[in-house]
Design a protein around this ligand. Sequence first.
Ligand SMILES: Nc1nc2c(ncn2[C@@H]2O[C@H](COP(=O)(O)OP(=O)(O)O)[C@@H](O)[C@H]2O)c(=O)[nH]1
Ligand SMILES: [Mg+2]
Length: 240
Amino acid sequence: MSKATRDIAVVVPTYNERDNLEPLAREVLASPLRPRLIVVDDHSPDGTGRLAEELARRNSHLRVIHRPLKLGLGTAYIAGFRRALDEGAQRIVTMDADFSHHPRYLTALVESSDRWGLVIGSRYVPGGGALNCGLGRRVLSRSANLFARTMLGLRVQDCTAGFRCYRREVLESIDLDHIFSDGYSFLIEMLYNCQQLDWPIGEIPILFEDRRQGKSKISRAEIGKALMTVLRLSLHRFRG
Ligand SMILES: Nc1nc2c(ncn2[C@@H]2O[C@H](COP(=O)(O)OP(=O)(O)O)[C@@H](O)[C@H]2O)c(=O)[nH]1
Ligand SMILES: [Mg+2]
């Protein structure tokens, strides 16, 4: 990796992740990439935001964005992107706080971004997989991917993965003010935009593990919204 690309930000949205945050922050900040970590917390009732502040006092590479209420995963990513871009990051990684996306993949993800504008840590390419995940979750993920790929002509295998590395210029080329997904379907919308803009997109295999602590925040409402997002984007696609 060249010197110019060494400025790396890792954006981690959090909602009730108190038991995961400290070990996750420790591992991310210990990465040889020397990234800065941007935690975006939505006033988690379990005190994740307070813990993040405490950790930030001890480590100058950690920043915390506090939002007053649960405003959704998509807008949390955008808040993190803006901060990362303002601070001059050249590579912007997104990952969950819950160890489903293990920090051991950070180096491979960021190094691959020399070739690809967007790199996805993927469950569905050879060498990748999902460990300890229940049948319901696997079926949901597979069907969401099949639906999004078919309706939108997406070429990657894992369209719903939140473990990603964007090159700075990719985020700069997308009008973040006009992204309409505020929740999980943000991931599909961003991918669709990147593909429409002809950015090279690649996948590297990861073993996705079920979260270590706490509960998933995905809900029926989010699944419904994702369905609507795909329909809306497919309308855009077919209208040209
Ligand atoms: N700031 C913020 N973070 C969120 C929100 N919803 C989910 N997250 C975080 O986004 C990441 C993905 O959510 P998660 O519950 O793990 O979803 P799953 O992996 O699909 O089960 C986790 O780090 C969550 O804490 C939200 O509304 N606001
Ligand atoms: Mg998760």
